[in-house]
Write a protein that binds this ligand. Structure first.
Ligand SMILES: Cc1cc2nc3c(=O)[nH]c(=O)nc-3n(C[C@H](O)[C@H](O)[C@H](O)COP(=O)(O)O)c2cc1C
Length: 226
């Protein structure tokens, strides 16, 4: 696929087939994705690619009622002032509508409970940043986080190009201590996001949903173009 096509096609996948993704495929994706730019080429990221028994242990731990055993390393937004609130609400409404459609509509409730199991994904890629670089005297090193976003998008586009689905999941890191404990990652590594990755279950109604976007004229101002 060319880059235009892959950008058009990529979307968050919220129902995966159980088929494992071969290590070679994941390895090629992450190696290419590491070409992402970063502040002064500092490459602030480290990746933990997880599948098999380790991933199952994480899913089990997140599924327990006390799975939220620690605060996220990176707190999410506290408030959604307009226009962000309505966008958030539109997303929730659109997803729940899509999930109700089709023969499998009654699986909606069941589907929603799948988030601690990463929507059934057979692998997850965690993006880590060393605490020494991320927590600076003046506060959070936002450019390290920004750089990791560029890496994440590379991963998602490369995955889509290979017929794989992805979703960045803040939910996957709401208990970073759980992930650190199971993978033996030291506290000095902050866990930014988890990206579930696998082959999409295209028959699942939730995957029929496509999020919308503000039109460019609402969010782009042009200067000096007479
Ligand atoms: C930082 C970040 C965190 C996200 N966390 C979650 C999450 O916890 N659960 C979820 O279902 N989707 C999550 N998403 C996916 C967004 O909801 C999704 O990207 C957005 O609705 C746009 O849809 P699209 O990715 O299909 O284009 C997250 C996305 C980002 C970038």
């Amino acid at each position: 696929m060319d880059v235009v096509e892959v950008i058009r096609q990529r979307k968050s996948i919220r129902a995966f087939r159980p088929d494992p993704v071969p290590r070679e495929v994941l390895s090629e994706i992450v190696e290419l994705a590491l070409r992402a730019p970063s502040w002064a080429n500092t490459q602030p990221w480290e990746l933990a690619v997880v599948a098999g028994a380790k991933l199952e242990a994480i899913k089990e731990a997140l599924s327990k009622p006390d799975g939220a055993g620690s605060l996220p390393d990176f707190p999410g937004p506290e408030e959604f002032p307009e226009p962000y609130k309505v966008r958030f609400q539109n997303l929730a409404a659109g997803m729940s509508e899509a999930a109700k459609k089709g023969r499998r509509g009654k699986q909606v409730g069941e589907w929603y409970l799948q988030w601690p199991r990463l929507y059934g994904a057979p692998a997850v890629i965690y993006i880590l940043i060393d605490r020494s670089f991320c927590e600076q005297r003046s506060g959070l090193n936002v450019y390290a986080v920004f750089d990791c976003g560029l890496l994440a998008q590379n991963i998602m586009l490369l995955a889509a190009d290979r017929g794989l689905g992805t979703i960045v999941q803040a939910q996957a890191v709401h208990s970073p201590n759980v992930v650190r404990r199971i993978l033996g990652i030291p506290d000095s590594k902050m866990i930014l996001v988890g990206m579930a990755i696998g082959y999409p279950d295209w028959d699942h109604p939730i995957n029929q949903f496509r999020s919308d976007r503000e039109p460019a004229e609402r969010v782009v101002e042009w200067y000096g173009f007479d």
